[in-house]
Design a protein around this ligand. Structure first.
Ligand SMILES: Cc1cc2nc3c(=O)[nH]c(=O)nc-3n(C[C@H](O)[C@H](O)[C@H](O)COP(=O)(O)O)c2cc1C
Length: 377
């Protein structure tokens, strides 16, 4: 039997009047957070929060009731998001906003907030409803998947590009070599030798690309040879960055059997995220230095240092906060470093922020991110 919405509301009203205990169980047992505020007071203090609200935010009813819910906001909450909520409340309209909030512990979380005015049967505004959902994990996972897919697509595109380049370069090198000995004019022969050399270099480069795309970023194992993973990720990142960036590596010959417990695509994603940030910080014209040091037998540190403007001391603890880098660069999703640190934390490692290379004017230091990961012995 089909029931319309009015019948549903009537059933709800009956529950509210006849079975307040059932209503209470519904609210208290809801897996979603429910918060209500008193519309008779201009500052909309909370009058009810259910246990899911406490689980999500860490605030008990005692700590939350009687206060405006803006106590969940903090330093990096976007003012435009808050203005959207304010505007909707003033217009008595529902609103969905995804914004940065903070739990009682101080931990930031991405809150998918849904708010709606509740009107009684006479059309009077009787309460404001807020439903909060912590979507931090979900967002970071989605961003990680996007990065992973991008890398895989890039690998495929690189492979086919290198293949076509090889096909085009082959007649250039072979025809020049075939006819070179017939050229009598020494100047013309020297020019052609130069052209042959360049075409040969291009073919070598293209072969390297082909090798990179074939051998790179496989998902099937959860371990990566540090030297292979690092070299392939650096080869790829060199292709992604403008030639004005200098990438220096200082890890010599790492033993092939030095493995880390992370799959290669994710490792490349971490590295590429950090190196691209460094490149952006130096306005694509600085130096990025990648170093590796082994700590006893249990872990390895991969540091990526740049000579960009650095980050002021008071902001450093926030670099891994979701949406933080968005406030610095408009092109950034704001999740790159959060994703990188999430990936590394999952395998029992950590990313540490420190001072990088001396700036070109000799005044201060750029940034250094050190990926500290366990090694498989
Ligand atoms: C029922 C209810 C729930 C709310 N929940 C949240 C929340 O989870 N996070 C948040 O940042 N703001 C939340 N708000 C919005 C703030 O309380 C406040 O209305 C907003 O910051 C705009 O007002 P202001 O500019 O005076 O701060 C909620 C508001 C109401 C009425």
């Amino acid at each position: 039997m089909k029931r319309d919405a009015n019948q549903g509301y009537a059933a709800l009203e009956q529950i509210a009047v006849n079975s307040p205990d059932l209503l209470k169980s519904l609210l208290e047992g809801s897996p979603d957070t429910i918060s209500l505020s008193d519309v008779r007071h201009p500052d909309l203090p909370l009058t009810y929060v259910n246990p899911a609200f406490t689980r999500t935010t860490g605030y008990s009813p005692d700590e939350a009731l009687g206060r405006n819910c803006r106590f969940l906001q903090g330093e990096d909450t976007n003012k435009d998001d808050v203005a959207r909520i304010r505007k909707a409340i003033n217009a008595r309209e529902p609103v969905d906003v995804v914004l940065l909030n903070y739990k009682k512990s101080g931990e930031p979380f991405i809150n998918a907030l849904r708010m709606a005015p509740i009107f009684d049967s006479s059309g009077q505004l009787s309460a404001y409803l807020g439903i909060q959902q912590d979507i931090t994990e979900e967002r970071l996972r989605a961003e990680r998947d996007i990065g992973q897919n991008r890398l895989e697509a890039l690998g495929t595109a690189t492979g086919s590009l290198a293949h076509q380049l090889n096909n085009l370069l082959h007649p250039v090198t072979s025809l020049i070599s075939l006819h070179l000995s017939d050229i009598e004019n020494a100047d013309v022969r020297r020019d052609l030798e130069m052209a042959h050399y360049s075409a040969q270099q291009a073919a070598d480069l293209s072969d390297n690309l082909l090798g990179l795309s074939r051998g790179s970023f496989r998902e099937e194992t959860d371990t990566t040879s540090l030297s292979d993973g690092l070299n392939r990720a650096i080869d790829l990142v060199r292709l992604m960055l403008p030639p004005t960036i200098t990438i220096e590596t200082a890890f010599g010959n790492l033993p092939k059997e030095l493995n880390i417990p992370i799959n290669e695509t994710l490792f490349a994603q971490v590295l590429i995220n950090i190196v691209t940030n460094a490149s952006q910080a130096t306005k694509h014209s600085g130096i990025i230095r990648i170093d590796v040091t082994q700590d006893e037998d249990s872990s390895v540190k991969i540091s990526i240092a740049d000579n960009g403007p650095g980050i002021p001391a008071e902001l450093r603890k926030k670099v891994f906060t979701p949406f933080y880098s968005k406030s610095i660069s408009k092109n950034s999703s704001g999740l790159g470093l959060s994703v990188a640190s999430q990936i590394i934390n999952k395998v029992g490692g950590k990313i540490i922020f420190g001072e990088g290379l001396i700036q070109p004017d000799g005044d201060g230091f750029g940034c250094m991110f050190t990926i500290d990961v366990p090694i498989i012995t």
